[in-house]
Design a protein around this ligand. Structure first.
Ligand code: PLP
Length: 399
């Protein structure tokens, strides 16, 4: 008989691999919509959507039903790409109906990082080249190929040697564009840089990058793993940039709360994965039927709502309401904000206080001096007001 431990926290610390010296360590027992509850019954507002995953809120009934129905029909059957699995096919169809015509073929993966890996391999295979250009302060995942793209030596140095042939240039710079040359297989960029604190590219810059890529025979891979699914006020952030990528990376909200990633590309490019060698990218669980059923249900909910259309107005309201002398800057794009403090120490104190006061928030990988706000797009005006109120109260307490 398994004896349930009295002190789950200690078992968590002892037997679940830790990656942080100070995990939040909240013991949540339920999440619904914008709220989560811990085991004492205390309610929290989730101001970061489980890191931009729960764009339609936690455990939406349509997603729960899709998961239950699919689990009852079948779960894992076989490795990726062999059987015709209806949830996968239906979701690929729905996604491509809402993407530009060239992005017509979806390779479903387990995670965002695996989507990055698959897209890098595809770019090498298609172009016959091996070099990549990525941005400083870029985050595309934590596996070794994706980590090689990560735009900060602090995070890379302990894991060298990593992939050779990767240049890192400042996001939004002309030097970045000049670094794209005849040996470049692909350029990897976030449409909006997430982990440096919601940083938009300068107007017209991404279109210039796309133009240079075409001139040099390089592919442009855009990462919308955080920016996608309405976060920036349009379904895809690149819609606001007057350009279309060659390959699009998706993850996080893609699975509606279940694990799922994808790289999306023109079918003729994707076909190169079928030969020389065959099985150009192999995954056992990529495109899991339950994840695809959940993701499709979540996207249908999002498309039937006015949440994407209202994301920018909601975000602007929050940015305007977030007024305090302790804020050095507030960056906002859609319903996605970073609030900068004079020091990382102060930001961490405020973040910690917010969590104590029932608001789930966090910092950014490359900007520990900023507080993260990415509430579910389904958040009501009242819920957003509550979130702002808690942040302002905590700042007042800590300054
Ligand atoms: N790309 C971006 C922009 C991300 O924010 C993340 C995750 O935070 C990833 C890629 C990697 O996704 P995953 O954690 O699913 O591997």
């Amino acid at each position: 008989m398994v004896v349930l431990p009295m002190h789950l926290r200690q078992v968590f610390l002892d037997h679940v691999a830790q990656t942080s010296p100070s995990p939040m360590g909240l013991e949540m027992v339920k999440a619904k919509g914008v709220q989560c509850w811990d085991k004492s019954g205390k309610a929290y507002l989730d101001a970061i959507s489980g890191f931009s995953v729960c764009n339609i809120g936690h455990s939406h009934p349509a997603v729960v039903k899709a998961v239950q129905d699919q689990a009852a029909d079948y779960m894992h059957l076989i490795v990726y790409g062999e059987f015709i699995e209806q949830p996968q096919v239906a979701y690929a169809q729905l996604l491509t109906q809402h993407l530009p015509p060239s992005l017509n073929c979806v390779y479903f993966t387990n995670s965002g990082a695996e989507a990055t890996e698959g897209a890098m391999k595809l770019a090498k295979r298609v172009t016959g080249k091996t070099q990549f250009v990525a941005a400083q302060n870029a985050y595309h995942g934590s596996t070794q190929g994706a980590l090689s793209l990560m735009g900060d030596e602090y995070w890379r140095q302990a894991f060298r040697p990593l992939l050779p042939g990767i240049a890192h240039l400042p996001y939004g710079s002309s030097a970045f564009i000049e670094a794209i040359g005849p040996h470049t297989a692909a350029v990897l960029l976030e449409t909006v840089q997430a982990e440096s604190g919601v940083v938009k590219p300068p107007p017209g810059w991404l279109a210039q990058v796309a133009h240079r890529c075409r001139a040099m025979g390089a592919l442009l891979i855009l990462d919308e793993i955080q920016a996608g699914f309405g976060r920036t006020g349009t379904l895809w952030a690149f819609e606001q940039m007057d350009m279309v990528p060659d390959i699009l990376l998706l993850g996080k909200a893609l699975g509606g709360g279940m694990p799922l990633g994808a790289f999306v590309a023109p079918r003729e490019l994707m076909q190169t994965l079928t030969h020389g060698p065959v099985l150009g990218h192999i995954t056992t669980f990529g495109g899991h039927p339950v994840s695809c059923a959940a993701g499709k249900a979540a996207l249908e909910v999002l498309l039937a709502s006015d949440w994407v259309a209202k994301a920018e107005a909601k975000g602007r309201w929050m940015a305007n309401a977030l007024q305090h002398p302790a804020f050095v800057s507030v960056h906002q794009h859609g319903l996605w904000l970073s609030v900068q403090f004079a020091s990382a120490a102060l930001a961490q104190k405020v973040i910690h206080r917010c969590v104590q006061e029932g608001l789930i928030t966090d910092w950014f990988l490359f900007a520990p001096d900023r507080l993260r706000l990415a509430p579910p797009l389904s958040s009501t005006a009242e819920e957003l007001k509550q979130m702002v109120k808690i942040v302002l109260r905590c700042v007042a307490t800590e300054t």
